[in-house]
Design a protein around this ligand. Structure first.
Ligand code: ADP
Ligand code: ZN
Length: 747
């Protein structure tokens, strides 16, 4: 017999004979889901809907993953769902499938994976529907003179009257009448102003710029994409920097938008979104929204809702925008697909590019991956016919690729990290009124502070890393753990007060350049000087307007920006990446150099790229000088094949962190024993655990273990089982461990 609680009989224990159960994923770092009793008074349970559940002493917002299940949890232990937050799934089916796949592929806790796809306000349990915003309209005063002694009220009233029946919202009032709120409140009381709630609209540009005529190779690429139809197909659009890839994306977007579908356009950096946003909104007559980490919680929620209701037709965003809740998706574009920032490096370690490919398959829509320097993964996929390869070989504006020359640092006199040859080239540009961009992948005044007496460098007391001196603030910083301290000239090793600095950072170079070229405007752009997004945009604007002669910057500058008047790009320290312990070091360096070189001479004048190196004979530089990415990647691919590294085999990196040296290594060692036993004779390599390249970081000891193998399905199961064992194991709680599937760097 079934007794259903009617909410009145709370004195007697209610007996449920046939209750219905649901499975819920909650945001905790465990690879498990939990069963709850469904209370039918809440309405129907839906897969993909959010619920509130009791968890330990807390109440958590989770997502229902299965309904009408049978449970093995004892009847007296199982708890009841507290509240149903959604009557419908908050995930479109294709997104849902992709998220479920990603949590198993990346070994991410299911609750963390699902909730990572929602904006914070929804993770906190807020409603998906947005309240509208208030718009105010004014009534005529008539003959009465009620406002005589309230000048502000007169002002607000007059302004609103001018706006007629449309009225104004807070944003408009903010822009026109300072301190309008109290006056408005009074006017509402006097019934001279009325308010109504209207849906928040996305402003749409009405003045469109002219379309650019596609050139021959762009037309071929665009035609191939169009002819492939509306079903799933992956395109690898390999185009030199400035070859007009973006115009090809736009052409494909035109057709999708004409069918009233939505487009998702992913870019690697926040700094790139505003530029692209502007280009997009000048090109399309439809609502566009931006999604990136710089948005406020409210703005994110708003954007989410606008995409979810299909009000927004184009979504431009960074990594996590791949989770945008599109309901009518027609196309995905991933620009700069090789970029490492598509890989989330902590928490749920997914790769947004790979997620996007899976998502496109689920939606059964085309996806375009664009890059001037495709990742080896994508190139090999293209070679095997999994992606359709399209290439744009010429620069769209007709300008030639810049000439690349190598400066031998051993032969050229160097002053504060800049060779004489480089300085001469800069002064040539100044004389011609052209811009120079000097690239240095380093921050701060000097990288290393060393002691003249004992020759020891100043190290972070928490890490195995050297400190960086930031001269303007007389501050030392560790760029690995974030430690900041006051610079003191006394050596911590020998006590002498003779610390000097070597290795030039951007700030020191800025000084050298200013002294050397006193009449030139020098601008330094790095994470220190461009602290906020608006600051960065401002700086980029002044570069574009030609107000700056010499731009000095870091990696931030190498991506996607278009600087028409830059004709010289100088690379000051290329050698670091080349000898990196990471097997992707050279690949990443090449990509960076091509990207930064691509900033030169994008218009009529032919650009020049000068690269300083202490190892000019390294074949790497011959490929760079010849712009020969194809041969270079062939070489890298053949090396990877020989070593059976990705993309030929899959890599999984386990990391462990502990407070005491050795704990992490021991932990990984016993894990290795477990893995080896399970693997038996299978062709899977499990390396010995090693201390991480930087063993100490933020006071903790780090170790890692690399696993490689070709059988992805088996590896997925193996690693999943391993994680389950670790989660159940007591010892594993002494160390903080994580697993990184398809790691982009092996630090
Ligand atoms: P990419 O995305 O490959 O770096 P962009 O699409 O940004 O290249 O194009 C580089 C520059 O060339 C832009 O200023 C763009 O306006 C211009 N451009 C692109 N296609 C054409 C074309 N067919 N004709 C003339 N200019 C073009
Ligand atoms: Zn540190």
């Amino acid at each position: 017999m079934t007794v259903i609680s009617n909410g009145l009989a709370n004195s007697e224990p209610v007996e449920f004979d046939s209750r219905s159960y649901v499975r819920v994923a909650v945001p905790i770092p465990l690879r498990a889901e939990f069963d709850f009793v469904w209370n039918p008074e809440l309405g129907n349970a839906v897969v993909g809907g959010r619920v509130q559940v009791p968890f330990g002493r807390r109440t958590l917002v989770g997502v229902v993953t299965e309904v009408d299940i049978s449970t093995e949890v004892p009847k007296n232990k199982i708890k009841q769902v507290i509240a149903r937050l959604d009557a419908l799934s908050v995930f479109a089916p294709a997104l849902w499938n992709s998220l479920r796949w990603a949590s198993s592929y990346y070994q991410a806790p299911p609750g963390e994976m699902l909730l990572a796809a929602l904006p914070k306000l929804l993770r906190d349990g807020k409603a998906t529907k947005l309240q509208g915003e208030l718009w105010y309209t004014a009534k005529e005063l008539g003959s009465s003179k009620v406002l005589q002694r309230a000048p502000k009220q007169v002002l607000v009233h007059a302004f609103l009257l001018e706006q007629g029946t449309v009225g104004a919202n807070a944003a408009i009032l903010d822009a026109h009448v300072q301190g309008w709120r109290p006056a408005l409140r009074e006017l509402v009381k006097k019934q001279l102003i009325s308010s109504e709630s209207r849906a928040i609209e996305i402003p749409v540009n009405t003045a469109l710029l002219e379309h650019i005529e596609l050139n021959e190779s762009q037309r071929i690429a665009a035609k191939t994409i169009a002819e492939a139809g509306q079903s799933y197909c992956s395109f690898m659009l390999h185009g030199t920097t400035g070859s007009g890839k973006t115009e090809v994306y736009f052409d494909a977007m035109d057709q999708v938008l004409a069918r009233n579908q939505q487009v998702l356009l992913l870019v690697p950096e926040i700094g790139l979104t505003p530029q692209l946003m502007e280009r997009v909104s000048n090109r399309f007559l439809c609502p566009v929204v931006m999604l990136h980490s710089g948005l406020s919680d409210r703005a994110r929620h708003l954007a989410w809702a606008q995409i979810n209701h299909s009000t927004a037709r184009i979504v431009v965003g960074t990594r996590s925008a791949v989770f945008a809740p599109a309901r009518t998706l027609g196309l995905i574009v991933v620009d700069e697909e090789h970029d490492a920032s598509f890989k989330q490096q902590d928490g749920v370690r997914y790769n947004a590019r790979d997620f996007a490919i899976y998502l496109a398959r689920q939606w059964d829509v085309p996806i375009i991956l664009g890059s001037a320097t495709p990742s080896l993964e994508s190139l090999s996929n293209a070679k095997q016919g999994r992606y359709q390869y399209l290439s744009l070989k010429q620069r769209a504006g007709g300008s030639a690729l810049p000439s690349v020359e190598i400066i031998d640092l051993r032969k050229s006199p160097v002053e504060s990290g800049i060779s004489r040859q480089m300085l001469t080239a800069v002064s040539d540009r100044l004389a011609r009124g052209e811009q120079s961009l000097l690239y240095l992948n380093r921050r701060g005044y000097a990288r290393v502070i060393y002691c003249n007496s004992c020759s020891e460098g100043a190290k972070c007391h928490r890490c195995d890393a050297y400190l960086t001196l930031h001269k303007s603030r007389q501050q030392v910083r560790c760029h690995h753990c974030g430690y900041q301290g006051v610079f003191s000239p006394a050596c911590s090793t020998c006590g002498e007060s003779g610390l000097s600095s070597i290795g030039e950072g951007t700030q020191q170079l800025e000084q050298v350049l200013k002294e050397r070229f006193p009449d030139a405007t020098v601008m330094r752009i790095d994470r220190d000087s461009a602290g906020s997004e608006s600051k960065l945009i401002e700086m980029l604007d002044s570069v574009q307007s030609g107000a700056v002669d010499i731009i000095l910057g870091t990696q931030m500058l190498s991506k996607g920006h278009d600087f028409p008047n830059v004709t010289l790009v100088g690379v000051l320290n290329a050698d670091q990446g080349l000898f990196s312990t990471d097997f992707r070091g050279a690949e990443h360096l090449f990509q960076q150099l091509v990207q930064v070189a691509g900033r030169a001479g994008r218009r009529q004048v032919v650009g020049q790229v000068l690269i300083q190196t202490a190892v000019p004979d390294n074949p790497f530089f011959q490929f760079v000088a010849a712009h020969d990415f194809e041969s270079f990647s062939e070489l890298l691919l053949s090396e990877r094949k020989l070593l059976r590294y990705p993309p030929y085999e899959q890599a999984v990196l386990f990391r462990a962190e502990s407070n005491f040296p050795g704990d992490g290594l021991n932990f990984l060692q016993s894990m290795r024993t477990w893995l080896k036993q399970r693997i038996g004779e299978r062709a899977i390599r499990v390396y010995d655990p090693v201390p991480s390249p930087m063993e100490r970081r933020a006071g903790r000891y780090r170790a890692q273990l690399l696993l490689l193998g070709a059988d992805r399905k088996y590896i997925c199961r193996l690693v999943g089982d391993c994680c389950a064992v670790l989660e159940a194991d007591r010892f594993s709680r002494k160390v903080r461990w994580s697993v990184d599937v398809d790691p982009v760097d092996t630090y």
